[in-house]
Design a protein around this ligand. Structure first.
Ligand code: ATP
Ligand code: MG
Length: 354
């Protein structure tokens, strides 16, 4: 954020419920900005499946360049209804989401998982769930290294090579230790599959142990990914900060979203921790074409994403005001059947009265 306390914000509402939930998040951002005395300069960008159908454009270099000049990006969701769309599979993901992630070097995918009082966990005895997953964002099996030989034949061989660099793993693990050190419990768990994926496993373990020596206050733990999925359902309160690779993190964070009351509440950040490029904050859920246009989407994930965004640009107090408003709203109203707009305006009011 600039000295004049103006947040230069790019907004990508996207498709389906993306624009619906982002609209509510923007109202909440405006409310907290006027309360805290900063201003927000917003620019909307039309990107996504709808935009591709209309223009044949995914994400041009020109738009990418414009996005680069913002303090942060608030993102809704992109993707068309698979039942009716003529869009080639994976095009939107590859040409928009992955392009943004690699162009802006979003090497950290940060996903807080907290069971808010009032939110309903499917676990009968969830305990106190409040952990953060630090997922690697640009390497592992998602690095784009692989191919298909003899495609379409019975002798086809398809590979996605997991790429793990010392540089990438070290910056990930350093970020996770810093985060763990800033939290009350100061506990960091590495999750991997070191007994089978021994090459990347050794790289992760060696760097984890080396960096751990610099953070004597942080207690450390390790578990295999398969065991982690068990603990996440039997004893989620054991986790504080989790650091893991791209694929394991993808799966684990969906599970984490489920145990903390569902996809309508889970937010995440795609973070360029070196701050060379803007980071991007979004709800974990997708465009949900099945409920689009029906006022059914829960905007809280998007609202919590905007709180993460404010924290990232240094507006910690504003982030806390939003989170407290969400907490209060859930406590008071979680059991009611409510529309997207009802939830949004309730949280706006709570922010105004904070
Ligand atoms: P995408 O490919 O766009 O990620 P997806 O198939 O992964 O889509 P989501 O869009 O994440 O699916 O939705 C999964 C399910 O969760 C859908 O049935 C949807 O109705 C529900 N859902 C998603 N987001 C919300 C929300 N904010 N509020 C309520 N329900 C939601
Ligand atoms: Mg999805």
């Amino acid at each position: 954020m600039t000295d004049s306390r103006t947040l230069n914000l790019a907004i990508i509402p996207g498709d389906g419920i993306g624009p619906e939930v982002v609209a509510e998040a923007v109202k909440v951002l405006d409310a907290v900005a006027s309360r805290q005395g900063f201003s927000i300069q917003k620019k909307h960008y039309a990107l996504g499946a709808e935009h591709w159908l209309e223009t044949g454009e995914t994400l041009s270099d020109e738009v990418l360049n414009q996005l680069k000049d913002h303090d942060a990006i608030l993102f809704g969701a992109v993707g068309a209804d698979p039942r009716s769309s003529t869009i080639p599979s994976g095009l939107i993901e590859r040409e928009i989401l992955l392009k943004l992630r690699f162009a802006f070097d979003h090497f950290i995918n940060l996903r807080p998982s907290r069971l808010f009082p009032g939110a309903v966990s499917p676990l009968s005895n969830p305990g106190d769930i409040d952990f953060v997953v630090v997922r690697e964002g640009t390497e592992g099996p998602y690095a784009g290294n692989g191919g298909a030989l003899r495609q379409g034949t019975e002798a086809e061989i398809a590979t996605e090579v997991s790429v793990n660099t010392a540089y990438g793993v070290e910056r990930l693990i350093r970020y996770a230790f810093e985060l763990a050190n800033s939290r009350a419990r100061k506990k960091l768990t590495l999750i991997h599959k070191t007994n089978v994926l021994t090459n990347s496993g050794q790289l992760y373990t060696r760097i984890f142990d080396r960096v751990a020596a610099e953070y004597p206050e942080v207690s450390t733990d390790y578990c295999h990914i398969d065991a982690a999925t068990i603990y996440l359902t039997t004893e989620p309160s054991r986790f504080d900060v989790i650091v893991t690779d791209n694929l394991f993190g993808d799966i684990l964070t969906d599970q984490a979203g489920a145990v903390t009351g569902g996809i309508g509440l889970a937010a995440c950040g795609n973070i360029n921790a070196s701050r060379q490029f803007p980071s991007m904050f979004e709800p974990v859920h997708g465009s949900a074409p099945d409920i689009a246009g029906q006022e059914k989407a829960n905007p809280i994930a998007s609202i919590l994403a905007s709180a993460m965004l404010l924290r990232h640009v240094g507006e910690e107090e504003s982030a806390q005001i939003i989170e407290a408003a969400v907490e209060k709203d859930l406590k008071e109203n979680a059991t009611h059947e409510r529309t997207t707009g009802d939830i949004g305006s309730s949280i706006v009011t709570l922010v105004e009265n904070a």
